[in-house]
Design a binder for this molecule. Structure first.
Ligand SMILES: Cc1cc2nc3c(=O)[nH]c(=O)nc-3n(C[C@H](O)[C@H](O)[C@H](O)COP(=O)(O)O)c2cc1C
Ligand code: SF4
Length: 741
């Protein structure tokens, strides 16, 4: 897989093979278990997603959490399953795909215990004690010893099924605050007084017995991995699970029995640590405490994207193997790039957690802000590092607007070999709104969206990037391009129209009412002491503006029509931390309230559920974070007159990103990427079909899977080479005249 080169000596430790039980890791890169929304219902997508990481050079690649029993039903959240032969048949594809690229395949076996919802199976589920889960919202039955044996048998049978389809690593998980072994370990869940409760030896018993039984069943065919949450994190209660005490004890008790430790710290929301609140490898001090007690290799996560940080963690002996979920989602080819000395080509995870937000929503498929191809490997046939050449590569393409969609579109067109791509930006820098968003508190790492694309575009000689050029419709008509892509973004509605009323807020046009752009881009200092921020968006903007203003000394009231301020932030696992910060800054939080009018010094509103319950806020200024509107004037002007377009040789005008529909950055990047992949079709505004992996009655399975070949051009527009060449020249002239004044 790797070329003939040796890695930079500084990174050599990352490429030393290591033995894990009876298996050999070819290097130190391990994809930690992570959900994808694919489960066993989308076997093709599941196999290709994991296979891409194997192809990218990871020594071992895991599934997501995988139920061992029908009683472990976590719907609407999507997990894999190994409860019967059908699940086995579907997961086999993943194992084969991972093996095809010479990597080891791992499965994470889980019984959800008290967190099980039963929404699909309608079965009850057992836990160590009858306590109510904050996640599922209901209770469980307390397992008796017969139940314990039955569930341990489920683990064993699932492990045998895994072994039989070729899984190399079987993880018995006690990770991230969930699954039955962890519930036995934590006093928070386990209030038993028998031999499975009380002392740490007793609380480890269920896990130890399960590992023993699985080991006996699979023998040396599989390495046994202990997925271990070292510490319940930020928990000062007497039921906390502390690394310094319980964590060390568990490692001492189990080290002889396992082949690999897969360690992390805290519940999902801290483990999937947003870059706003956690530094890379913040877990180091926790792992250092157990290191002396673990003779077996330790893999651990830490949003590792920096080869220096990875190499140091291994050289210092803190860990043996680099575990990663999000870094591998953002760039499946990290190991290959490090090996080949192409560290600057790594598409670094920005720690925004949009990926996990789709899982947390229950049922969504995985997406990534940085990597538009994740989850699309099978259904759209996209490869993150390979691009098909276009048969119309000479066609000159003008992209107006270098925000996330425009940058990504230009990058992919460049990779596809288009000879003349011009990316023209009104501002002095490319990046669009990410430039100012990344100036908001804690969002500095988001600049990587721009930095990665900036560095890749610099390497593409066939893409010309022009900044400081505000093209009018007339300029575009004269430009000489035959394909014009408008990516001019969106802006916050200054009049406060919103999802509740679909109408402007009376008084929103006053001179003391602002949008986020006016504060962040125009640098306006919000006047007065007291500011009201009205957040109907629910993602990061409202709370970030509130945090910024409060930290500058303003008295801030944050009003939202939703029951939870910044409700989407709870899907990105940032909500708790954001609320903590806002409360620390004395921001007044007012959920479930609608703003109805704005006057100087006075904002009026009422409770979201009762218009008679009115409220008044006496404030000096207002910031409206209500909805974004596409900046589509240029697109509208260009498409208004099709005859004129034809006269000037423009065959098509397309729009992408926020200019089409304001969405999260991940979707803008996806939109730009998709258009560039599919630009050769007769109407690329209409996405090509993709494989849906549905059971379709009466259809031939082969014909259905054959759709994968449809991801390449269906029809190529019929332009003569001469016409293309002349447009090519005109385009180049236009570029030169602008560049040289
Ligand atoms: C989208 C997503 C889904 C995850 N699902 C699981 C899971 O199924 N089981 C598990 O033990 N950890 C899961 N995790 C946690 C990761 O394994 C990992 O511990 C965490 O993301 C921190 O590692 P990172 O900094 O490399 O992302 C998930 C993480 C993400 C981002
Ligand atoms: S969505 Fe964000 S956090 Fe998740 S992998 Fe991509 S860049 Fe990283």
């Amino acid at each position: 897989m790797f070329g003939p080169m040796a890695p930079d000596p500084r990174h050599a430790p990352l490429f030393e093979p290591i033995r894990v039980g009876n298996k050999l890791f070819r290097n130190r890169f391990y994809v930690a278990p992570h959900c994808s929304g694919l489960g066993v219902e989308y076997p093709g997508a599941q196999a290709y997603l994991r296979g891409m990481r194997a192809e990218g050079g990871w020594a071992a690649v895991n599934t997501e959490y995988c139920a061992v029993d029908a009683e472990s039903d976590d719907a609407p959240w999507v997990q894999a399953r190994l409860i019967d032969q059908r699940d086995q048949a579907n997961l086999r594809l993943m194992v084969e795909r991972v093996h095809q690229f010479n990597a080891l395949a791992g499965v994470q076996l889980v019984y959800m215990g008290a967190d099980h919802t039963g929404f699909v199976t309608r079965l009850p589920a057992g836990g160590p004690s009858q306590v109510t889960s904050a996640m599922s919202g209901h209770s469980c039955y307390a397992l008796d010893k017969r139940d314990i044996r039955r569930i341990q048998r489920s683990y064993v049978e699932a492990a045998i099924r895994a072994r039989d389809i070729g899984f190399d690593l079987v993880q018995i998980a006690a990770r991230e605050g969930f699954s039955l072994p962890l519930q036995f370990l934590w006093k928070y869940w386990n209030q038993r007084t028998d031999e499975y409760g009380g002392s740490i030896e007793n609380r480890t018993r269920f896990w130890r017995e399960t590992i023993e039984q699985v080991r006996e069943a699979v023998g040396d065919d599989c390495a046994i991995v202990a997925g271990f949450c070292l510490d319940s994190f930020n928990d000062e209660s007497d039921r906390a699970f502390k690394v310094s005490d319980d964590g060390i004890a568990v490692v001492e008790l189990l080290d002889d029995m396992v082949d690999l430790w897969d360690m992390q710290v805290g519940h999902l929301e801290d483990d999937v640590s947003s870059s706003r609140f956690f530094e890379p490898f913040w877990q180091r001090s926790y792992i250092e405490q157990v290191r002396p007690y673990a003779k077996k290799p330790i893999a651990a996560v830490g949003r590792f994207t920096d080869p220096e940080l990875m190499a140091r963690a291994i050289k210092d002996g803190v860990i043996d193997i680099i575990g990663a979920a999000r870094p591998a989602i953002a760039d499946p080819f990290i190991p290959t790039k490090i090996f080949e000395g192409r560290g600057d080509d790594i598409r670094e995870c920005i720690g925004c957690n949009i990926c996990v937000s789709r899982f947390n929503n229950g049922g969504g498929r995985i997406v990534c802000t940085q990597n538009a191809t994740v989850g699309e490997e099978y259904r759209r046939g996209w490869h993150p590092e390979r691009f098909n050449e276009s048969e119309m590569a000479e066609e000159p393409i003008l992209i107006i607007g270098a925000g996330p969609a425009g940058m990504e579109c230009a990058r992919v067109l460049g990779e596809r070999g288009f000879a003349n791509v011009h990316l023209v930006e009104r501002d002095d820098h490319i990046g669009g709104h990410v430039n100012w968003i990344s100036e908001l508190p804690g969002l500095r790492t988001w600049r990587r969206v721009v930095e990665y694309r900036e560095s890749q575009l610099r390497k593409l000689e066939n893409v010309a990037v022009l900044t400081g050029q505000n093209l009018s419709a007339g300029d575009v008509l004269d430009y000489g391009a035959s394909t014009v892509i408008v990516a001019t973004g969106a802006e916050w509605d200054p009049l406060g129209a919103n999802p509740i009323t679909h109408a402007p807020i009376p008084g929103a046009d006053a001179d003391f009412v602002y949008t986020p752009e006016q504060i962040m881009l125009d640098g306006i200092e919000v006047p007065g002491e007291r500011v009201l921020v009205y957040d109907c968006d629910g993602y990061f903007m409202g709370s970030s503006i509130a945090e910024k203003l409060a930290s500058e000394g303003k008295t801030v009231t944050l009003v939202s029509p939703s029951d939870q301020i910044g409700s989407y932030l709870f899907f990105t696992d940032e909500g708790g931390h954001v609320h903590h910060n806002l409360l620390k800054l004395e921001v007044e939080l007012v959920p479930s309230h609608v703003v109805t009018s704005i006057e100087r010094g006075l904002v009026r509103g009422h409770n979201s559920y009762h218009s008679g319950k009115v409220s008044e806020w006496h404030v000096d200024s207002v910031v409206l974070v209500t909805q974004r509107l596409s900046r589509s004037t240029l697109y509208d002007e260009l498409t208004r007159n099709p005859e004129l377009l034809e006269e000037t040789g423009i065959t098509r005008v397309l729009r992408i990103g926020d200019c089409l529909e304001p969405r999260v950055i991940a979707e803008s990047v996806f939109d730009g990427h998709r258009l560039a992949r599919e630009i050769d079709t007769s109407d690329p505004a209409v996405p090509l079909p993709f494989i849906r992996e549905q059971r379709i009655l009466g259809w031939d399975a082969d014909a259905y899977d054959g759709e994968l070949t449809h991801t390449l051009p269906l029809e190529v527009s019929s332009q003569t080479t001469a016409t293309v060449q002349s447009r090519h020249d005109r385009c180049a002239d236009a570029f030169n005249s602008i560049r040289h004044g």
